[in-house]
Design a protein around this ligand. Structure first.
Ligand code: NAP
Ligand code: F7E
Length: 351
């Protein structure tokens, strides 16, 4: 029988890759979207899946909309990817972030518990929940104590704990994926990798001449998003639910991203980059390295794309976009479109 999956945050980077992956596995895919005055389906358009997803309006702040989405979609699996996902912005909007990222997960768990406790739940947890722990170089595991240093991470830690509590207390099949940073050409422009690759592409084509960044010394364990969404799915196919670190095991600095991106396009970053204090956070995580041995042992997950390949592919994709734009080509994000009307669902069970 065809399996059905509901993805919150389907319009985001991971939502788009996961939707494509699940469609390739012959799932029927339902995705929640937020109402906005400008369509935001460009990633799904870019991956060629925009008209293959059943869209439901839902907001993680709005319990009634989640109830409706789960009732209508009748999923076997829910992937809770929706979030205010930008750590920097969480310092400016701590209440909203806690509501969406923390209480939002609680609402999803409660809806599942009351409608159908057999639904399997993936919760998008994050390496940010560790904060600045000691001995990072040995690799952070599922057993490492967590000490968040941002409102984003605090909200995600609340959600992480709730998933464990609902799993142990109510027997739900709920799993936390503690994913370390993962990037792609579909990454949002506010995140540092894409901010850098996009600027490097523009600079190399003479479209701009400066880039302002914050903390160049911060180090992260950066992997490729399309590989990470496969781990999400694998976690929900196991006999027993658990929590898993998903990471490459190596960390690189923001400056390493700069050097790699700019060199790949034949430019010297030092001529263009300045440090802007406004890009700094009140608190920042200094370094993150994950150890995903448990994921390897339990479902044979391994990252394949190296840091260099990842950043170079992002820089090449941004260069290609800008080059083609100069040549007059129109892109999904330039001329945003809606999916066809038939894929928007409203009320009543749809089979
Ligand atoms: P993203 O590109 O920022 O996507 C976030 C998604 O959440 C978007 O579809 C957004 O919708 C949706 N959303 C925001 N507020 C919402 C609300 N109130 N109700 C429902 N949906 C809402 O993030 P991502 O990189 O794909 O990350 C996916 C998830 O993994 C997030 O939970 C993130 O916190 C977590 N995570 C990401 C990473 C990473 O490195 N990428 C690592 C660890 C964990 P709009 O399109 O309408 O804004
Ligand atoms: O910052 C530093 C910044 O915003 C990375 C999210 O997907 O991964 C992501 O969170 C580092 C930080 O990602 C700029 O201070 C310097 O130290 O790209 P980022 P993040 O904060 O690591 C985790 C795992 C998630 O869960 C999140 O959802 O880069 N940095 N200069 C900068 N960062 C940004 N954004 N912009 C700068 O100009």
């Amino acid at each position: 029988m065809t399996k059905r999956a509901l993805i919150t945050g389907v319009t985001g980077q991971d939502g788009a890759y996961l939707a494509k992956f699940l469609l390739d596995q012959e799932y029927e895919v339902f995705g929640t979207y937020r109402r906005s005055s400008t369509p935001n389906f460009w990633r799904l358009d870019a991956l060629g899946v925009i008209d293959k997803i059943n869209f439901l309006h839902a907001d993680l702040n709005d319990m009634a909309s989640l109830l409706e989405a789960v009732t209508v979609s009748e999923p076997d699996e829910i992937y809770n990817l929706g979030a205010q996902s930008f750590v920097g912005a969480s310092f400016e909007a701590p209440l909203l972030t806690g509501d969406v990222d923390g209480l939002g997960a609680a609402r999803v768990l409660e809806v599942v518990r009351s409608i159908n406790p057999k639904i399997r739940i993936y919760q998008a947890s994050s390496s940010e929940i560790y904060g600045n722990v000691a001995n990072v170089e040995r690799g952070l595991t599922e057993e490492t104590p967590m000490l968040p240093v941002s409102p984003y991470a605090a909200g995600k830690l609340y959600a992480y704990n709730l998933v464990r509590i609902y799993r142990e207390g109510y027997g739900l099949f709920a799993a936390n994926g503690i994913l370390f940073n993962h990037e792609s050409p579909l990454r949002g422009l506010e995140f540092v990798t894409r901010k850098i690759t996009n600027a490097a592409a523009q600079i190399s084509l003479g479209l701009r001449n400066k880039l302002e960044l914050g903390n160049l010394e911060a180090r992260r364990d950066w992997g490729f998003a399309a590989e990470y969404v496969q781990a999400m799915w694998k976690m929900l196919q196991l006999d027993k639910p658990s929590d898993y670190v998903i990471a490459t095991g190596s960390s690189y600095s923001v400056q390493d991203v700069l050097v790699t991106a700019f060199e790949s396009l034949g430019i010297d970053w030092q001529k263009y980059v300045t440090v802007d204090k406004r890009q700094m956070r009140p608190l920042d995580v200094h370094n993150l390295v994950g150890d995903s041995s448990k994921a390897k042992a339990d479902f044979d997950w391994n990252p394949a794309t190296s840091f260099k390949e990842l950043i170079e592919s992002m820089a090449a994709a941004d260069y290609d976009r800008w080059r083609r734009r100069i040549d007059g080509e129109v892109f999904p994000w330039d001329a945003p479109s809606y999916p066809s009307e038939s894929v928007f669902l409203t009320r009543g069970p749809q089979k």
